[in-house]
Design a protein around this ligand. Sequence first.
Ligand SMILES: [Zn+2]
Length: 314
Amino acid sequence: MYIGVDLGGTNIGVGLVDEKGKIVYKGEIPTGVGRPFEEIIGDMAKLIQDVIEESDYKQEDLKAIGIGSTGLPDNKKGTIVLASNLGWENAPIRDELHKYFDLPIHLDNDGNTAGLAEAVAGACQGAENSITLTLGTGIGAGIIINGKPYSGAHSVGAELGHLIIHVDGIQCTCGNKGCWERYASATALISEGKKAAKNHSDSLIYQLVDRNLDRITAKTVIDAAKKGDVTALKLFDNYIYYLAMGIITIINSFDPAIIAIGGGVAGAGDFLFDALKKKVKEHIFYKEAPYAEITQAVLGNDAGIIGAAMLGKL
Ligand SMILES: [Zn+2]
């Protein structure tokens, strides 16, 4: 059995996970950012103990603890080099958690753990090489090569959300301009939706939120597009175009067997995937050769816990 920890800026999720990547028992607490990291790790340790206690297992049954973290974790050093939403810099979380558990402790970023989860127990099962993308506030990415997460020589890789697809384009939170996630994340769709609703008061986007722009979500835009609203369809087509361009760059770079896409936007299902696959097919480089299957990720929020736990199996 393995413990998987999903360490985010809002919540800490902990799960007891079996060899096959199935969660046996799980729990969650608020992260409570702003406190010293020793305190937060103390709460994490307590939650791990609670999860073990409330399941039918004991600490002796555990082989390892894996932590999938926001920010930039360094598994070699056992630290979180930088996590701006936690306010941490060079936090030695492995040493801190070792005060509570005498077990191997593995770290990776949450994009990679989501990718590993889909590879072991989700949409990418059976594929040695796959990439999982999560369309949310930004675009999270997990690159799995030969069954293992790949984050490069300095642990800073897999930041596919920051592929620059529009030189001197929209300002990104990373300091550069024109990053993919400025065009193809849920945030991008929401921001375009708000602009469009403001300029086209006859749009269904505007009506679906009772003329309250703050209520516009990615789903609002997609729902309006599904109903054939001209403004929403235009936004949606543009969104799919950018999403497809990034995916084509990924296919050209990595040629994975499967690209799984998760996050709220992916919940649009066939409406999104049919349009996306069509656009990728139109622009793919090698038109006659086979290329990645594009599919919906299936593990949702559990992916973070499952993937973190599976770090112990690598
Ligand atoms: Zn960026």
